[in-house]
Design a protein around this ligand. Structure first.
Ligand code: PMP
Ligand code: GLU
Length: 399
């Protein structure tokens, strides 16, 4: 067999998506699995979005569009950023892509040269390091943990900057920790960033999913900072539209133009139908979803805190909890068939949780956190109750 490229050989599949696929296959084979793995809202696509999508099909809005997305959608996104985030962008400063994952990849491809360093607060979402490496960049992880509420400090940032640093990634609210930086915290980081020549990639895709705190975009700090910031957002989380694949970036026109040229040779425009659906979705966020997520978060946290060896920080946003299981690693677990095994790693812990009690979660390894695992609570209360009952049974069998 002819060899694959070194690039292809270096990529591993997205753990969040591959665990979801494995879970769905197990379900299809008849196993009653509770799926707490993938981060996907269980709510339906808003009616207005769905109807706009249908209208796009029946009216034959099914041809190539502007590479960066239709002007109407970019204008509507600019209006949203103005009204909700207090940020002024022209449509020429916005590019729509096939999901925020695609938007992020476009950014790394247009800003990174081989060897450029990207500062990445850890734990991080699984696709950031892979995308940075694919674009030739070098990941410089900045570790955080429960004691710092999973947030980096200005001093930590200052110490991590070298003459090779090209960008810093900020993801608030965070996947997987749920941490949300306050306005003061972001302003303190912004002051450090302004003293250096750095891009900021600000992934704000969970901005609406916050519980009792405020979302602040670092791009608001100053015009100087806004001119170096790529603000990333999308429709997957706010509007429960994961399958439609629409994300966007707002940033300075010359960089957006470079992304558009890059996109013109790779995917070209995002699906025309999805763009119309996104236009229909804008402004329809249902605040009841936020309340529902908050109630689920509180329930899961209460339950987790009854389990021996588990500690869990309270997340202020997104729809994940990220428990620490250092207290059970190395201990023995009694399987259903009577055998006992040592729980050597969080990967093994998640594997046993899936095969023994049929609860699917994601080990922290891919997020740069080998003592934690991720639970997505974007599923019904009934499913969560079933899962937490099963986890209690599982923890009762740890010796
Ligand atoms: N950023 C973060 C932090 C995410 O969790 C996700 C999840 N899919 C994305 C970006 C990408 O979302 P999408 O491609 O579905 O817009
Ligand atoms: N971002 C979601 C997650 O972390 C969806 C899957 C993915 O794109 O990674 O589960």
């Amino acid at each position: 067999m002819l060899e694959l490229s070194a690039r292809a050989k270096s990529i591993s599949p997205s753990p969040t998506l591959s665990i979801d696929t494995k879970t769905k296959a197990l379900k299809a084979s008849g196993v009653d699995v509770v799926n707490l793995s993938v981060g996907e809202p269980d709510f339906p696509t808003p009616d207005r979005a769905a109807l706009a999508g249908v209208a796009a099909i029946t009216s034959q809005f099914t041809k190539y569009t502007d590479v960066s997305g239709i002007l109407e959608l970019r204008q509507a996104i600019a209006d949203k950023l103005n009204a909700e985030n207090g940020l002024s962008y022209a449509p020429s400063e916005i590019i729509v892509s096939s999901g925020a994952k695609h938007s992020l990849y476009n950014i790394f491809m247009v800003i990174l040269n081989p060897g450029d360093e990207v500062l990445l607060p850890a734990p991080y979402w699984v696709s950031y390091p892979e995308q940075i490496r694919l674009a030739g960049g070098v990941v410089v992880a900045m570790p955080t943990n429960e004691s710092t509420h999973f947030k980096i400090t200005p001093a930590q940032l200052e110490a991590a900057i070298t003459d090779k640093t090209k960008a810093i990634l900020i993801n608030s609210p965070s996947n997987p920790t749920g941490a949300v930086y306050t306005q003061n915290e972001l302003q303190a980081l912004a002051k450090v960033i302004e003293q250096h020549d750095l891009f900021v990639v600000s992934d704000e895709i969970y901005e609406q999913l916050i519980y009792g705190v405020e979302h602040y975009s670092i791009a608001k700090f100053s015009e100087t900072l806004k001119e170096r910031t790529f603000l990333v957002n999308g429709f997957s989380k706010t509007y429960a539209m994961t399958g439609w694949r629409v994300g966007y970036v707002a940033g300075p026109a010359p960089y957006i133009k470079a992304m558009s040229s890059f996109q013109s040779h790779t995917t070209a425009n995002p699906a025309s139908i999805s763009q119309k659906a996104a236009l229909g979705a804008l402004g329809t966020f249902d605040a009841r979803h936020r309340e529902e997520f908050q109630a689920r978060r509180d329930y899961v946290l209460d339950q987790l805190r009854t389990l021996n060896g588990v500690t869990c920080a309270k997340p202020d946003g997104a729809f994940y909890v990220f428990p620490n299981i250092k207290g059970v690693l190395g201990k023995r677990f009694k399987k259903g068939n009577g055998d006992t095994v040592a729980l050597q790693s969080v990967d093994q812990f998640c594997e046993e949780l899936l095969t023994e009690v049929h609860v699917s979660t994601v080990p922290g390894t891919g997020f740069g956190a080998p003592d934690n695992f991720r639970i997505s609570y974007a599923t019904s209360q009934a499913q969560l109750e079933k899962a937490m009952g099963r986890m209690k049974d599982f923890f009762g069998r740890i010796e």
